[in-house]
Design a binder for this molecule. Structure first.
Ligand code: GEK
Length: 248
């Protein structure tokens, strides 16, 4: 049965066939609903990022969101931090996501402060950036490439610059890992996803989203050069870090 296209995430509803997860047109259409129902405290994390950036960065600083998807983070940040006149750039390799991001930034009259570029974040060259945001994106990069990539971001940051890293994580304690995953599945069920949808999405993400542990993410950031590294948010198997490049 063909379903009416709307903005509610029903990608893994019963009548859909299983396939690996890709950031295509169908995903972009329902992505904002997916974010709110699949990422615990998504909006609150962005609020906390706004507090960090607002306190740490000078007016007119450059902020780059890597894997910006439909621009939800940048739209919220640009609204919360309007008076700081930051320059926001979002980079993503999915044209469907960027179409949606550009459309939304026009709808909210933000096209002067938000810029979106299509490209592979691995190739990023954004010297003099004051903050990089990697919200739930590093987990899609091949694990072996993550540390060299973070090193590159570090070298593109100004002294005192910031890297925000939010990731889904695993625990190396099997019992806790299982129970955190169960907590997360309950979170999704409470938001209207069925058991079958949750299982199918999990399967589709199996070889696409590869989570590391909190310690592994922290040590990757430190090996990249960041000295001050602390989580500022954690909800079971989701964590957000603040990493700061030293001033000298
Ligand atoms: C948010 N940060 O709203 N180059 C560019 N983009 C990429 C690459 C790559 N190599 N790999 C993946 N992406 C967003 C959510 S979603 C998270 C980020 C999720 C992009 C991909 O196209 C997608 O838009 C995004 O990274 C990941 O907070 O879907 O779980």
């Amino acid at each position: 049965m063909q379903k009416k296209q709307d903005n509610r995430d029903s990608l893994f509803d019963v009548d859909r066939i299983s396939e690996d997860f890709v950031f295509n047109e169908r995903v972009a259409q329902v992505f904002d609903d997916m974010l709110d129902r699949s990422i615990p405290f998504y909006r609150e994390v962005i609020h906390s990022i706004a507090r960090i950036l607002g306190a740490a960065l000078k007016d007119n600083s450059r902020i780059v969101d890597l894997g910006c998807a439909t621009g939800a983070t940048l739209l919220q940040l640009s609204t919360l931090l309007e008076e700081k006149q930051f320059h926001f750039t979002g980079i993503d390799n999915s044209p469907a996501m960027l179409d949606k991001a550009r459309l939304k930034s026009e709808l909210f009259s933000k096209q002067d402060s938000l810029h979106f570029l299509q490209g592979d974040i691995m190739e990023v060259e954004q010297p003099d950036t004051s903050a990089f945001i990697l919200n739930y994106t590093l987990q899609f990069i091949r694990p072996l490439n993550r540390e060299p990539f973070l090193k590159k971001l570090y070298s593109n940051l100004v002294p005192g610059g910031i890297c925000i890293l939010s990731e889904k994580i695993i625990s190396h304690h099997p019992g806790l890992n299982r129970s955190f995953i169960d907590m997360y599945h309950n979170f999704k069920k409470e938001r209207g996803y069925s058991e079958l949808e949750i299982a199918k999405k999990r399967e589709a993400l199996e070889n696409v989203l590869i989570p590391c542990s909190l310690e592994e993410n922290r040590s990757m950031l430190q090996s990249a050069g960041f000295v001050e590294v602390e989580p500022f948010f954690q909800w079971f198997n989701f964590v957000s870090f603040l990493a700061v490049k030293p001033l000298s």
